[in-house]
Design a protein around this ligand. Structure first.
Ligand code: FAD
Length: 438
């Protein structure tokens, strides 16, 4: 039997957030101080962390520091990166440091600071299930709460291809690199994956000295070369709200083709990382005259991996242009930098039959709420789970604050002002619109 408000025993919130990474931390920051939207955000980790297994010293943010939790949506919000610097008394030092790109560890420290200042974030609580009667019923490992709306921001999980052996001690996903990198000295290490994560692992391995230095580093990529991220001005217009809205309105086939063709606008390697790797290769080959320290194999797929922890691995590679020519790579350790997939959302199973899908994604409306058969005023917002519907910006930081602002607006019943559109006309113009533009 449905319970009314007076019968409620469990605490009730306007919005319950599930997961606290950059996405939901942005929403929590924008909702902070708005009494009309009672909210709580559950994070299963004991404290804030941001891909801790890949916090390799020297790595940096791939986007502008203005793409923090709030600034692009609400520059006066007290959870901005500038507010953090000022609060910590280091704003002048930061300016004088003249970083070309923000150290990733510092961005993590900033987000940890924001999470610790927000009393609506509960660490060490994993959401186990979400039911629904007249409201959502959210069960964590510690308590049950009720909610008018949900904001799901559980991020991604590491993905290993079928060729990988997940149980092997000497094969692991790059997501574990920092935890596992102590035992790579003197080893033949093969890094599989030509994106930023693979490049950072390769650079770290090539930069080691003494007993930490691997015997050889092999780098395999399916891409035709080790390609850079396209960080140029017009490409960056893909990462503006107006393009995200335009993208959302396109046919599915158009969206899929775009995400495939433009993948290097988000998933390429930072030019500074590529330059450092190239310079390191030069020094190894021509200055130190080390002949067998590295091997680069782009334009290949790993077809199979044979072997065992004790005796090492043999990777069979297929060259994309010479498929009949099999190549073999020997390695003691394989680091799979093979990307991420949407994280587990099995806590939504009690609602499963009621939620719409597009392919493997939950289908969302134009304001990030899942389409479902429940009451229109009860919404399940999803963050970073609809790359196919919202485009390449969905998993990264560029539109993090914008997306959270759209969700916060719907929770508050407001509509924030939009920034002006791109210089580029993304959609076809009718003759009347075109003559107006002329
Ligand atoms: C190494 C690395 C570097 C990156 N650098 C950049 C960059 O420079 N620029 C950029 O634009 N993008 C970058 N990205 C991409 C993107 O910004 C990050 O992946 C970002 O962390 C996504 O944020 P999120 O909140 O969606 O997910 P996550 O950061 O994965 O956070 C999700 C959180 O949900 C929690 N959770 C999951 N399930 C539950 C549950 N049932 N109950 C409670 N909590 C749960 C998890 O513990 C986790 O803390 C990077 C990605 C990686 C892997």
């Amino acid at each position: 039997m449905a319970r009314n408000a007076t019968e409620r025993k469990d605490p009730h919130y306007t919005c319950v957030g599930i997961g606290v990474g950059p996405a939901n931390l942005s929403l929590a920051s924008l909702l902070h101080g708005h009494r009309g939207v009672r909210n709580i955000f559950f994070e299963k980790k004991a404290e804030f962390g941001w891909h801790e297994g890949q916090q390799i010293p020297g790595t940096s943010l791939q986007v502008s520091l203005f793409k923090d939790l709030v600034t692009l949506a609400e520059p006066t919000n007290p959870f901005s990166f500038l507010a953090y610097l000022h609060d910590q008394g280091k704003i002048y030092h930061f300016l004088n440091a003249q970083f070309d790109a923000l150290p990733r560890q510092e961005f993590r420290n900033y987000m940890r600071w924001a999470s610790e200042r927000n009393p609506n974030i509960a660490f060490g609580e994993e959401v186990r299930s979400v039911g629904f009667d007249t409201e959502f019923v959210v069960r964590t490992n510690r308590r049950t709460v009720r909610a008018d709306n949900l904001a799901v921001g559980v991020g991604t999980r590491p993905w290993l291809p079928p060729q990988a052996s997940a149980s092997a001690r000497t094969q692991f996903h790059v997501n574990d690199f920092v935890r596992r990198d102590g035992a790579l000295g003197g080893k033949r290490v093969c890094v599989v994956g030509g994106g930023q994560s693979g490049a950072e692992a390769v650079l770290d391995l090539l930069s080691r000295t003494g007993t930490q230095m691997p015997r050889r580093v092999t780098w395999v990529s399916r891409r035709a070369n080790f390609f850079p991220i396209d960080d140029s001005p017009f490409t960056n217009d893909f990462y503006m709200p107006c393009h995200s809205e335009h993208f959302f309105r396109q046919e599915r086939s158009v969206r899929e083709a775009f995400n495939h063709d433009m993948v290097l606008s988000s998933d390429g390697i930072s030019e500074s990382t590529l330059r450092e790797i190239y310079q390191r290769l030069y020094v190894l080959r021509f200055v130190q005259e080390a002949t067998d320290r590295f091997a680069l194999y782009p334009n290949r797929s790993v077809e199979a991996v044979a072997g065992a922890d004790a005796r090492g691995w043999e990777l069979s590679l297929a060259h994309h242009d010479q498929p009949d020519q099999q190549e073999l790579v020997d390695a003691d350790v394989v680091v799979w930098a093979t990307g991420f997939r949407p994280a587990d959302m099995s806590f939504l199973h009690p609602l499963a039959g009621r939620l719409e899908h597009e392919g493997e994604e939950l289908r969302v409306d134009d304001g990030y709420a899942v389409r479902w058969d429940g009451p229109a005023e009860r919404k399940i917002f999803v963050q970073n789970a609809t790359r196919g519907q919202r485009g390449l910006a969905d998993p990264n930081l560029s539109l993090n604050a914008y997306r959270s602002q759209r969700i916060a607006d719907r929770l508050r019943g407001t509509r924030s002002d939009e920034q002006r559109p791109s210089f580029i006309e993304w959609s076809a113009k009718t003759p009347a619109e075109a003559s107006w533009a002329a």
